[in-house]
Design a protein around this ligand. Sequence first.
Ligand SMILES: Nc1ncnc2c1ncn2[C@@H]1O[C@H](COP(=O)(O)OP(=O)(O)OP(=O)(O)O)[C@@H](O)[C@H]1O
Ligand SMILES: [Mg+2]
Length: 464
Amino acid sequence: MNSKANVLIVEDDGTISLGLEKTLKRDGYKVISVESGEKALSILSQEAIDLVLLDIKLPKMNGFQVLDRIKEIEPEPTVIMITALHDVPEVVKAIRSGAYDYIPKPFENETVRQRVRKALENKQLKKEVMALKRQQKERYPANMLFGNSPQIKEVKRLIELVASTPRTPILIQGESGTGKELVADAIHNSSARATKPMIKINCSAIPELLLESELFGHEKGAFTDAKTLKKGMFELANNGSIFLDEISSMKMSLQPKILRVLEDHTIRRIGGIQDIKIDVRIIAASNRDIDKQVQEETFREDLLYRLKVMVIEIPPLRERKIDILPLAKIFIEANNKEFNKNIQSIAPEAENLLQNYNWPGNVRELKNVMERAAILADGDCLKPEHLPLELKPGKSKSGAFPAPVAEPVSAPAESHLDQSLQEIEKKHIIDILNRHDGNKSKAARILNISRSTLREKLKVYGIS
Ligand SMILES: Nc1ncnc2c1ncn2[C@@H]1O[C@H](COP(=O)(O)OP(=O)(O)OP(=O)(O)O)[C@@H](O)[C@H]1O
Ligand SMILES: [Mg+2]
């Protein structure tokens, strides 16, 4: 990176800045020179600058004022201040204000070259350490994609295939809890971008205007709350990947901008007039049928086609039953460590229950069920009594209807039959909500009802 780094020189003495520019250009840096703080800030708002050589004595805005503003930029460029020789108080102030280093005037070209190289190497090193830490976290076995079904093998094959391409976008489709985020992580981590950032954003969790500014950033003053320049996630993910989770929730008005990133690899901050080149792999995920949304005109066909260049479908757990027990065993092992238990086997009856359940919440649900079992189990064998009621047969085989073990409900009942159905429904809704941390959108999706229907039911059953 060092030889291609972007350096900004802020120096009002033309002779000095010309000398600096020549020296640094010879070392292969991209160099921009300006003679005032105001101009420097304007450049910084438009370009990704890695390092700033900043003179303290400037007309109007001085170097310290500029430094204060630079500190607000995300990610922050490294700053080397240019000070007058022996001006100790200034040097101290510069370092305290967050400058990385200082160079006293007059200086030799060689000094500048060394200091700039060192500063950039340090910056690169920091980045690599961060990336390594992130990778280590992700290498933890709990984050690996397990399963030996032909379907999971195919998913793994596609991950390898797509990871070896430089920038092909990917659309990951699958029900809630099937492992979409896990697959996205695997793609990023096995690609050449692994040491670069992987930025994740859930498009359904953020209101539209905010989502746009999160993704694309904004210039200072672009809207009332835009007090400072903010880089968006696309810029932060530069050279890495961006995970657009639940892309199907993205509003139509924002979709053309994503299409533009895919086609031109440029973005524009809100309120900005400049296009900024970026190099990011887009990994999108959806648990809804986007084709249907195209028919309903809530998703742009051109964007879907662009995303569909490469699709990874993760089938629901109930369609790859041979993954259930191996996954259960992996989760048991992890839980043994976590809860200091010693579960060594699963009783055959419990195995049957696990295998015959419908798993509407997929692998996430299985993981949660195994965690609950680990807490309940006291011996070395996992038994049916450690499994939740909805896995127990006799009533309905589908995971969508658990055994009607009734708790008293306050809902009005017209007959005994209605009463018990409502009880089942109430219990099931509570259960699904619990299992998804109270997330109503997810619960509604799993229950296959609209959010408004779910809201009504919560009201009727007095579930808060
Ligand atoms: N094949 C797998 N092997 C191991 N763990 C898995 C597997 N699939 C999913 N998991 C685990 O299940 C949980 C849910 O996975 P993940 O968050 O990736 O699902 P998702 O498809 O993104 O769900 P949602 O649509 O609800 O966001 C995670 O804890 C993940 O580690
Ligand atoms: Mg997810």
